[in-house]
Design a protein around this ligand. Structure first.
Ligand code: OGA
Ligand code: NI
Length: 393
C-alpha cells in the first residue's frame, strides 16, 4: 500500500502529529537548499520526513543474494535502433512496450557528448553555492524553470532523497537567460535531440499498433516536453528512504538518461502473481525509454506503463544524476480528448480524457497513486453505447 498523504497516528495525537509533520516539511522547504543542503550541513541520519514505511521499502535488502541470472539484463531489453531489417526493430520495441514497458535504446541519434554534457551541467548546477540555487527554488508552476526538492513534498507519504530542476521546454521554450548558467547551453539542445528520438520511437510504436507511422505524432503525443533533472545526493541511511518513490509516468513517453551509478528499478510482473523489482542497469551510451500512462490509455492496455522507483544513493560521496524527458500533449492548452484506440473487436477500457485533466489528477495523488485507475471506464457505461471515437485519428 502506498496511500498518498501523511498517515497520522490514531487518537488524540493525530492532529498534533499532522501539524508537526507539516511544520517540519515547511521548515525544510523554507531552507530552499534541498536535500543537498542537508548533506552539506553534515547530517549523519535522515530527518523523520524522509523515513518511508516498511511497505514502501519492500525488497530494499533483496540485493543480498544475487539472482542466478542477471535479472536486469533479462528483464530490461536493449533495442538497437539501427538493426536490420527494420521489422526486427519494430518487433523489439513492440515486445518491450507490451511487457515491461521499459527498454534501453542504442544507436539512437543523441550524441554522447551531449548526454555527458547535460549530466555534467545538472551536477554543476546542484553543486553551486546554495545562494545561487535558491533564486530558482519555487513551487510556482507558472514559472517554466523551477528548482525544488520533491515536487510533491506536501502531498506524499514520505519525502525522497533527491532535488530536482524542472524545465518546460516545449511547445514554448523559456528564453535561454531564464535557464541556470550551468545548463544554459546544453538543456535546449539535449531536449531537441531527445525529442527526435521520441518521435522515432513513437513511429515504431505507431507501427506496432498497426497504425500509420505518424499516427501518435499527429495525435500530439510529443507536442509538450518537460525536462526534469534529478540530483540524488549520497544518503547516510539509504535503507530507510528512497530516491524516487514508486510511480508511473503521467505522460505518453519518457526518455531517461541516467549516469553510471544505478539505482533505478522497475517492477517486473512474472504474470503468475509474482512481482519483483529489477535493476535497470546502466548501459554506457544507451538511453532508457518507457511507456507513460497516457500511451497505455490510448493503446487500450496493449502497451504498459510500469511502476518504477529509484533507491536512495548508497555511495559515500558521489551523487547520482539523471535527466528525464517527459513527452506529452501541450498539457497547459490542449483541449484534445484522448481515448482508447480500438479496432472494434474490443471495447474501450478507459474514458476520454484531456492530457491536462490527466496530469492534474496525477499531481493530486503525488508520487505513489495510480492515476490510470481513476480513468478506467465503468464496463456497464460502455456496453453498446456506440460512443464515437474521440481520438482525432
Ligand atoms: C522520473 C523517474 C528515474 C530516475 O523522473 O519519473 O522515474 O532515474 N526518474 O531518475
Ligand atoms: Ni518515472
Amino acid at each position: 500500500m502506498s496511500a498518498p498523504g501523511p498517515a497520522p497516528a490514531s487518537g488524540a495525537a493525530a492532529s498534533g502529529g499532522f501539524d508537526r509533520r507539516r511544520e517540519l516539511l515547511q521548515a525544510f522547504d523554507d531552507t530552499k537548499a534541498g536535500v543537498k543542503g542537508l548533506v552539506d550541513a553534515g547530517v549523519t541520519s535522515i530527518p523523520a520526513i524522509f523515513r518511508h514505511s516498511p511497505d514502501a521499502l519492500e525488497q530494499l535488502s533483496s540485493s543480498a543474494p544475487p539472482p542466478p541470472t542477471d535479472a536486469a539484463v533479462v528483464g530490461v531489453p536493449v533495442v538497437d535502433l539501427a538493426a536490420q531489417p527494420r521489422e526486427s526493430v519494430v518487433a523489439g520495441v513492440k515486445r518491450a512496450a507490451e511487457t515491461l514497458g521499459f527498454f534501453q535504446v542504442t544507436n539512437h541519434v543523441v550524441p554522447e557528448e551531449l548526454m555527458a554534457g547535460v549530466l555534467a551541467g545538472v551536477r554543476r548546477f546542484n553543486e553551486q553555492p546554495a545562494d545561487v540555487k535558491r533564486r530558482f527554488y519555487t513551487r510556482d508552476t507558472a514559472r517554466k524553470v523551477r528548482f525544488s526538492s520533491n515536487y510533491d513534498l506536501f502531498q506524499s507519504a514520505a519525502a525522497n532523497w533527491r532535488d530536482t530542476l524542472f524545465c518546460e521546454l516545449a511547445p514554448d521554450p523559456p528564453p535561454p537567460e531564464e535557464l541556470p548558467e550551468p545548463v544554459r547551453n546544453v538543456l535546449l539542445e539535449y531536449g531537441g535531440a531527445a525529442a527526435k528520438l521520441a518521435l522515432r520511437v513513437m513511429e515504431l510504436l505507431s507501427e506496432s499498433l498497426g497504425l500509420a507511422g505518424d499516427h501518435l505524432r499527429e495525435m500530439g503525443c510529443a507536442e509538450g516536453l518537460n525536462v526534469v533533472c534529478h540530483y540524488y545526493p549520497p544518503c547516510p541511511e539509504p535503507h530507510l528512504t528512497l530516491g524516487t518513490s514508486r510511480h508511473t509516468d503521467a505522460d505518453f513517453l519518457t526518455v531517461l538518461l541516467q549516469d553510471g551509478m544505478g539505482g533505478l528499478q522497475v517492477l517486473l510482473d512474472h504474470g503468475d502473481g509474482r512481482r519483483r523489482w529489477v535493476n535497470v542497469a546502466p548501459v554506457p551510451g544507451a538511453l532508457i525509454v518507457n511507456i507513460g500512462d497516457l500511451l497505455q490509455l490510448v493503446s487500450n492496455d496493449r502497451f504498459r506503463s510500469v511502476e518504477h522507483r529509484v533507491l536512495a544513493n548508497k555511495s559515500r560521496d558521489a551523487p547520482r544524476v539523471s535527466v528525464a524527458c517527459f513527452f506529452n500533449a501541450d498539457t497547459k492548452r490542449s483541449t484534445r480528448l484522448y481515448s482508447p484506440i480500438t479496432d472494434g473487436s474490443n471495447s474501450p477500457l478507459y474514458r476520454s480524457v484531456t492530457a491536462k485533466e490527466f496530469v492534474a489528477r496525477s499531481y493530486m495523488k503525488g508520487l505513489g497513486g495510480r492515476p490510470l485507475d481513476y480513468f478506467r471506464s465503468d464496463v456497464e457505461q460502455h456496453t453498446g453505447s456506440g460512443r464515437p471515437e474521440e481520438n482525432s485519428m
